[in-house]
Ligand binder design. Structure first.
Ligand SMILES: [Zn+2]
Length: 286
């Protein structure tokens, strides 16, 4: 700031205040961000099946790729009908391409070997460290390990990378050595917080209690809650829409392969919160 010339000597004092500099720098930063190109955010859904989550992100103008290996999965028809069939890629969970370009990935590997309905077959028990005895159980564990490697690579490439990893709530998944080591250990670079919620609380006809390991997405965990801090857990004290009306949940017993899509109310909030959590990345070029 230029001072006055009080003694008429012609020497002008220069008084600069730190706050003024900060103010100028802040204004510069604002101008720089205003001029930065805004890019679309990028999302991948792995094991998309019905694709309700990636559809919602697509509507929110994210660049989306939905990976699904089952050619009969519902998303093939719904995405094609919406004119976005090119967003679906057939891919085995064990053979995923790099996610380094992504801002957010959602991973939902086939969970049959963790399912309550097939425990007698896969025998994931404390005695065998929950590793089970079947090829399917071993394959699931290898998938978790491969997926974690790919997520770790994406995180290395983009420190702001975020992801969620979903499994139906079960003690088998919670005790899975790979999930614990890669997503729960405080020392893991992929360390997550786990949310737990029931689908019926978002309007689904089935309860389907769901665990969601969330990396770098505190707002999502705070919103969804957990069994210790329930927000969307169906109980006598806090029944869902069906229980409130004297009804009962639809059962998935005997239909283990039938998939339950995420309800619309859930994916709407989910997308909104992830969007808010990573929106600053829109001005970070890829
Ligand atoms: Zn319920």
């Amino acid at each position: 700031m230029q001072g006055d010339d009080p003694d008429g000597s012609g020497v002008v004092g220069l008084a600069i205040r730190i706050d003024d500099i900060k103010c100028v720098l802040k204004e510069e930063e604002r101008r720089r961000l205003a001029q930065a190109p805004i890019r679309p955010l990028v999302m991948a859904e792995l094991g998309a099946h019905s694709g309700t989550l990636s559809r919602k992100f697509h509507e929110g103008r994210w660049e989306v790729t939905a990976y699904e290996r089952n050619p009969k999965a519902p998303l093939h028809a719904t995405f094609a009908a919406a004119g976005i069939g090119d967003k679906v890629k057939a891919m085995d969970m064990r053979n995923i391409e790099s996610l380094n370009h992504c801002d957010y990935a959602h991973v939902s590997p086939n969970c049959l070997s963790n399912s309550v309905m097939s425990l007698s077959i896969h025998k994931r028990k404390e005695e065998n460290n929950y590793e089970g005895v079947t090829v399917e159980a071993a394959e699931f564990d290898a998938t978790v390990s491969d997926v974690a490697d790919i997520l770790a690579q994406a995180k290395k490439s983009n420190p702001a990378f975020t992801f969620t990893f979903e499994q139906p709530r079960s003690k088998e998944a919670r005790n899975n050595t790979h999930i614990k080591a890669r997503f729960e250990a405080k020392t893991s670079q992929l360390c997550c917080r786990r949310a737990t919620f029931d689908l019926c609380k978002f309007g689904s006809r089935v309860r389907k209690r769901t665990d969601l390991w969330c990396h770098n997405l505190d707002q999502l965990v705070d919103f969804l809650g957990s069994e210790e801090d329930p927000r969307f857990i169906c109980s006598e004290a806090s029944p869902c829409w069906m229980k409130q009306n004297g009804g009962d949940h639809d059962t998935v017993r005997g239909k283990a392969k039938e998939y339950t899509p995420y309800p619309t109310d859930l994916v709407t909030m989910w997308k909104h919160i992830v969007d808010a959590s990573v929106s600053s990345q829109r001005t970070v070029p890829k």
